[in-house]
Design a protein around this ligand. Structure first.
Ligand code: KG4
Ligand code: ZN
Length: 349
């Protein structure tokens, strides 16, 4: 699919401002209708929530409120545009923390309404699904140049701290969920496992790091593949780790072996379903998204699978507003003033 730039006020490209505040990152981005990311600003609250071992919703909302104006101003400045150049506003409507979502939605509505601009409410997960459609179409090799945009039809694995699902994309305006986690998200499994191993929060990157020095075959952890479909389950895995830790002497090499074996179990559970889905759906292109796409073993396994693989740069895998603005290119905007009564949705159906 070719996305030809629509002539906008900037004489060649329509300026879409994206806003995303569904969890603990305050995000704003400027994206063109051709899918080129002109700026992508993320102010992470990770350090604020780290002492609590997880995101505290009320604290997240307050920080969004303090940061949102500065983050939007920064996104505009980095893209070399002003608010007067913005022609379309896109914002995450849900799913996410309701108080956090409301901050972004209110800011986006206010900016759009002041200029009577169209506003597109975006499903956060749709943003993750379409992250690989952002890119510079002039770049050729999907392996080495992840800025190349993927073309439907494709399979996407979204694995983050809050969500884990496989979806099929035939048309960027929608996606079909093929399977999802029945309990913990893959990122949650990483974070909970890391916590049991005495690592910091968020634990995924630390567990990934420790696993590099361990033996992934040292311990046998369950690979759960529930049912006949393409669903995932990770809750039994952390219980297995808990029991292992009770039995083992916690020396540094043992902890590294446990990390490597635990990571291998998560990665194999994910890649097993991905392989099944590619085959069942007859798809040849695969995109990864969500924070877990940063995992070194998952990236290596996905690349060894035989399908053409798109793994967006990390700033497009983790929560960001560029994917929200990018998704809005394919969705029907709501004209002013139709969106003024629009509410955030903690859960989208
Ligand atoms: O997409 P994301 O930034 O936020 C949402 O949850 O929406 O994903 C964060 C998750 C966390 O659970 C984090 O531990 C995990 O992604 N993560 C990783 C790695 N980097 C981040 N998990 C495994 N290996 C990594 N290298
Ligand atoms: Zn997310």
């Amino acid at each position: 699919m070719a996305h030809s730039p629509t002539a906008g006020a900037r004489g060649g490209w329509v300026v879409i401002l994206g806003v995303e505040t569904s969890c603990d990152d305050t995000c704003a981005a400027i994206v063109t209708e051709a899918g080129e990311v002109r700026s992508n600003v993320v102010s992470s609250q990770g350090l604020v929530h780290a002492p609590f071992g997880g995101v505290v919703p009320e604290v997240a909302s307050r920080h969004h409120l303090e940061l949102i104006d500065a983050v939007i101003a920064d996104a505009l400045a980095r893209a070399g545009v002003s608010l007067d150049d913005v022609e379309h506003v896109a914002v995450t409507r849900g799913p996410g923390l309701i108080g956090a979502l409301l901050v972004g939605l209110s800011a986006a509505k206010a900016l759009a309404a002041a200029r009577e601009l169209p506003l597109t409410p975006v499903d956060h997960l749709h943003g993750h699904v379409l992250a690989s459609t952002l890119g510079d179409p002039a770049m050729a090799d999907p392996q080495d140049s992840p800025r190349t945009a993927i073309e439907p039809p494709y399979l996407v694995l979204v694995a983050s701290g809050g969500h884990t699902f496989l979806a099929r994309v035939d048309d960027p305006a929608s996606y079909t969920v093929l399977g999802q986690t029945l309990d913990d998200a893959a990122g949650e499994a990483f974070d909970k496992g890391a916590r049991l191993l005495g690592l910091g929060y968020p634990g995924g990157p630390e567990l990934d790091h420790l696993a590099r020095t361990g033996d992934p075959e040292a311990f046998a952890f369950p690979r759960s593949a529930p049912g006949e479909g393409l669903d995932f389950s990770f809750s039994g895995l952390k219980t297995a780790l808990l029991y292992r830790l009770r039995d083992e002497h916690r020396s540094a090499p043992v902890l590294a072996d446990l990390a490597a074996s635990y990571q291998r179990a998560i990665v194999e559970a994910l890649t097993h379903r991905v392989e099944q889905a590619l085959e069942r759906e007859g798809l040849e292109r695969l995109a990864l998204g969500g924070g877990v796409a940063a995992n070194s073993e998952l990236r290596a396994c996905a690349r060894a699978m035989g399908a053409a693989v798109w793994i967006p740069p990390m700033d497009l895998c983790t929560d960001n507003a560029a994917m929200i603005a990018g998704a809005a290119r394919f969705l029907a905007p709501v004209a002013y003033p139709g969106y003024l009564g629009l509410d955030a949705a903690a859960r989208l159906v």
